[in-house]
Each structure stands twice: as structure tokens, then as C-alpha cells.
Design a protein around this ligand. Structure first.
Ligand SMILES: [Zn+2]
Length: 309
């Protein structure tokens, strides 16, 4: 079985202000890398449009309606200081939801071993009731809930190695004993949440903050000592990865020092857990990663590992 790669050209039409790090060139770089010969075995599909019903698995109707109303017909409108909408943003965000749902379908039906969804805008900062931090809809969280509702998955896990804490995903699953959320992230850093003491109502949140200038050694230690043991005990039937690559040493938004091989390493460890408890099922969803070279080589290591399944 193959790895499925989902993306859509409409995600290039989410325009951010000049100089904004979350830009269309990120997806262009990923497409170029995954277009190389060594990635020829990937199955490829276009992300469908996500439905409002799927978004409502994790967000309030008000949040959805408000964003649709704010969507401009020309120019750019700001949702907060660093989150903005252009005319193409709403469809791009819907492609992120649809791609995540389609990836779950493919993996749950056994049509793909695992899947990588490369869409933008990203999702893990979007809270139940509001967009935030470049994010509109929680794609990874929606994937987990959709798998539960559609396929009867009892326990799903979302593992987030983006350099920022996924406050949105944590908000969505804080009181949900059926979903474990695990995150490594630099702290202190935006959005300010993610201390180890934030554990959720059912000890279902596992935060492993890292310090500025930490690198692969500390990152791997956090997974081996804290995240992987609890993940194995939880025994998820599906693992969703919030795959942000901004902990790469070249990234301009943070100061962790991961290298591409660290992203390959963590992917392999998560595949081992998935093989034990989830029939190997992994759905990986792109979050951050803002240095184009760092992003490209990290995505190559991540997807290369997934293809080794
Ligand atoms: Zn990030």
C-alpha cells in the first residue's frame, strides 16, 4: 500500500500581506520536492472542498458563519494582528478540511497506508469559537473527530511537533477522554499555552515544552520519555499528525534546532506506535514551516519515512 499525498492549487490563492511568513511559496516548495523522482510512488489526489458539517465537528456555527461573512471580495481583511483573509482564503481553508477528511477516508478504507495533506492556511491555533495565528479551521482535530463519527474509532490521537503549541487542538479536546493530544513546542513562544501542567480533564493532554536553542537530542528525549509511553498506553486506533516544520534550525519564527532527520525520526517512532495499536493508520496534516529550504528537506524526510510503511 502506498502513501497518499493530497493538496490543491486553490490553497495558493490564500493571499497574505507582503512579507508574511505564511505564504503560497511554501506549498510551491513542497510540490517541487514531492515532484522529485524518489517520490514517484506516492498516490496523488486533489483535496476536495470540506463541508460545513465537518467543520462543525470542532467549531461553533457562529465561527463558521462569521468567517464566511468576513470573506472579502477584493483586498485583504484582518481577523487578528497576524491572521488575514483574501478572496481565496475561505475556499483554501475548506480545501484543508476536505483534504483532511479525504485522507481519513482513504486510510480508514485501507486504500492508502497513510496520508500527507499539504494545504494552507494551517489549523492548529484555531479554537472552537475563533480563528487565530494564521489558522481558521482545525484540520487535524476535524480529522480525528471525523474518524470517530464516521468509522467508529474509539480513541484517536493528535500528535503535534510544530514549534508552536496547538492551543486550538488543545481547546477542542480539553474535556474529551476519547482523544489524546500530544505536543512538543518551544516555550515561551506564541501562543503562550502548552505548559506541562496543562493536562486536560482526563489526563488526555500531554505537553512537552522545549527551551529556546534545544535541538534534536532534547526533542527525541521528550518523545521517548514523555509522549511515546503515554501514547502507547492510550492505544490510539488512528494517529493524526499536526506536521509543522518550524522547529527546523533555519526557521525564522522560532529558535529550536531540529534537522530534517529529526522529523524523519519522529515519523518513524509514530509509525511504530501506529503499527502496534492503529493498524498503521496515520493521517499527517501540514501546519507551519516558514524557511523554504528547511521546509522542503523536512517534508522530504517526513514523507520519505511515511512511504517506508
Ligand atoms: Zn508553528
Amino acid at each position: 500500500m502506498t502513501t497518499l499525498f493530497l493538496t490543491h492549487s486553490a490553497c495558493l490563492d490564500h493571499h497574505t500581506p507582503e512579507g508574511h511568513p505564511e505564504r503560497a511559496a511554501r506549498l510551491v516548495a513542497i510540490n517541487k520536492t514531492l515532484g522529485e523522482e524518489r517520490f514517484a510512488p506516492l498516490a496523488r489526489a486533489e483535496s476536495p472542498i470540506g463541508s460545513l458539517e465537518h467543520i462543525a465537528l470542532c467549531h461553533t456555527d457562529h465561527h463558521i458563519v462569521e468567517l464566511r461573512h468576513m470573506s472579502p471580495s477584493t483586498g485583504i481583511v484582518y481577523v487578528d494582528g497576524d491572521t488575514s483573509m483574501s478572496p481565496g482564503t475561505f475556499e483554501a481553508a475548506l480545501r484543508g478540511v476536505g483534504g483532511s477528511v479525504a485522507a481519513v477516508d482513504a486510510v480508514m478504507k485501507g486504500e492508502a497506508a497513510n496520508a500527507f495533506v499539504a494545504t494552507r492556511p494551517p489549523g492548529h491555533h484555531a479554537e472552537i469559537t475563533k480563528p487565530m495565528g494564521f489558522c481558521f479551521f482545525g484540520n487535524a482535530a476535524i480529522a480525528a473527530r471525523y474518524a470517530q463519527r464516521q468509522y467508529g474509532i474509539e480513541r484517536a490521537a493528535v500528535v503535534d511537533f510544530d514549534v508552536h503549541h496547538g492551543n486550538g487542538t488543545q481547546d477542542i479536546f480539553w474535556g474529551d477522554r476519547t482523544v489524546m493530544y500530544c505536543s512538543t513546542h518551544q516555550m515561551p513562544l506564541f501562543p503562550g499555552t502548552g505548559s506541562q501542567g496543562e493536562r486536560g480533564e482526563y489526563d488526555n493532554i500531554v505537553n512537552a515544552p522545549l527551551a529556546s536553542e534545544d535541538g534534536g537530542t532534547e526533542f527525541r528525549f521528550a518523545f521517548e520519555q514523555l509522549i511515546l509511553p503515554q501514547l502507547k498506553r492510550f492505544s490510539p486506533e488512528l494517529i493524526v499528525i499536526s506536521a509543522g516544520f518550524d522547529a527546523h534550525y533555519r526557521d525564522p519564527l522560532a529558535s529550536l534546532n531540529l534537522r530534517a532527520e529529526d522529523f524523519g525520526w519522529v515519523t518513524e517512532r509514530l509509525m511504530e506506535v501506529a503499527a502496534q495499536t492503529a493498524g498503521g493508520r496515520i493521517v499527517s496534516v501540514l501546519e507551519g514551516g516558514y524557511d523554504l529550504q528547511g521546509l522542503s528537506e523536512s517534508v522530504a524526510a517526513h514523507v520519505g519515512a511515511l512511504m517506508g510503511a
